[in-house]
Design a binder for this molecule. Structure first.
Ligand code: PBG
Length: 324
């Protein structure tokens, strides 16, 4: 059917028609809010490059998590900043580490809010890399055991789900096995399956104090040029037992989200990362774009590409808007 018989504008003439034929929706159920936790008391330290995002001590984390729950956001993901770093990432799997303490506190004070633990070693390593360093290389297999140990210690602290973001080969299987052997068969894994070596993580590295002290992450995170490889990466994680798969970043990688959605049936998450957040915030503050509208459009686009879940620093703002 062609013009003038077909006139697409007929069904665009008012909001009621538009509402009826809308193909994609954004709901609070799709949102996961990332939070940064530090030792201390009464700390609410702004992250300069991410206006509206803070490093929080556990007492402040509890307050903010209660707000998150009141907004009906189902889950938060936690990143920890330890008080000391070393070359074994001891702080990552210490039963009194920052994340373990934060999880116990959240489970006690904000029951019902799902708590996801990011599993990575970079925040806890003196050199800022995501694994054990041998010479100048990140040693994949030596790192696996520490990742599994970290996942297990978070499970013991009450994590509702663990999310490995390190990009070591074989880590999902290693973590699954460690969890199963210790009675955590029901603890799901959300795997950062196709995680790219992206400059969009810049502001996060300020927030999590996790910038690598030498080199970059290109030997373990994916090359931004590749999409077929993303399918192989996701296939490995599915095979190894991932319950939810993830593409990261989100907006510059909508094609990857879409390809992964077509190939796999598992729930799919996308991480709307720090650089995506900061760019919108900055342009909004300059008055160059309408922040609120650009945020809603961006998250809708991530959903349209095929993501079920979106990890986003905008989660609280969006949840508040959706409930109006
Ligand atoms: C840890 C990790 C990173 C992010 C999430 N987990 C940074 C990195 O890989 O360097 C980035 C999140 C963001 O930019 O919002 N490995």
């Amino acid at each position: 059917m062609l013009f003038p018989d077909y006139r697409p504008r007929r069904l665009r003439q008012n909001e009621s028609f538009r509402r009826m034929i809308r193909e994609t929706t954004l709901s609070v159920n799709n949102l996961i809010y990332p939070m940064f936790v530090v030792f201390g008391n009464g700390i609410r330290r702004p992250i300069t490059s991410m206006p509206g995002v803070f490093q929080l001590s556990i007492d402040e984390l509890i307050k903010e998590a209660k707000e998150v729950q009141a907004l009906n956001i189902p889950a938060v993901i936690l990143f920890g900043i330890p008080d000391r770093k070393d070359d074994k990432a001891s702080g990552a799997y210490d039963s009194n580490g920052i994340i373990q303490k934060a999880m116990r506190a959240l489970k006690e004070k904000v029951p019902g809010l799902l708590v996801i633990g990011d599993i990575c070693l970079c925040e806890y390593m003196s050199h800022g890399h995501c694994g054990i360093i041998q010479g100048h290389e990140v040693d994949n297999d030596a790192t696996l055991e520490l990742l599994a140990r970290t996942a297990l210690s978070q499970a013991k602290a009450g994590a509702d789900m663990v999310a490995p973001s390190d990009m070591m080969d074989g880590r999902v299987a290693e973590i699954r096995q460690a969890l199963d052997e210790n009675g955590y068969q029901n603890l799901p894994i959300m795997a950062y399956s196709a995680k790219y070596a992206s400059a969009f993580y810049g502001p996060f590295r300020e927030a999590a104090e996790s910038a690598p002290q030498f080199g970059d992450r290109k030997t373990y995170q994916m090359d931004p040029a590749n999409v077929r490889e993303a399918i192989r990466e996701v296939a490995l994680d599915v095979e190894e037992g991932a319950d939810i798969i993830m593409v990261k970043p989100a907006l510059p990688y909508l094609d990857v989200i879409s390809r992964v959605r077509e190939e796999f049936d598992l729930p799919l998450a996308a991480y709307n990362v720090s650089g995506e957040y900061s760019m919108i915030k900055a342009a909004g503050q300059m008055g160059w774009i309408d922040e609120e509208k650009v945020v809603m459009e961006s998250l809708l686009a991530i959903r349209r590409a095929g993501a079920d879940l979106i990890l986003t620093y905008f989660a609280k703002d969006v949840a508040a808007r959706l409930s109006k």
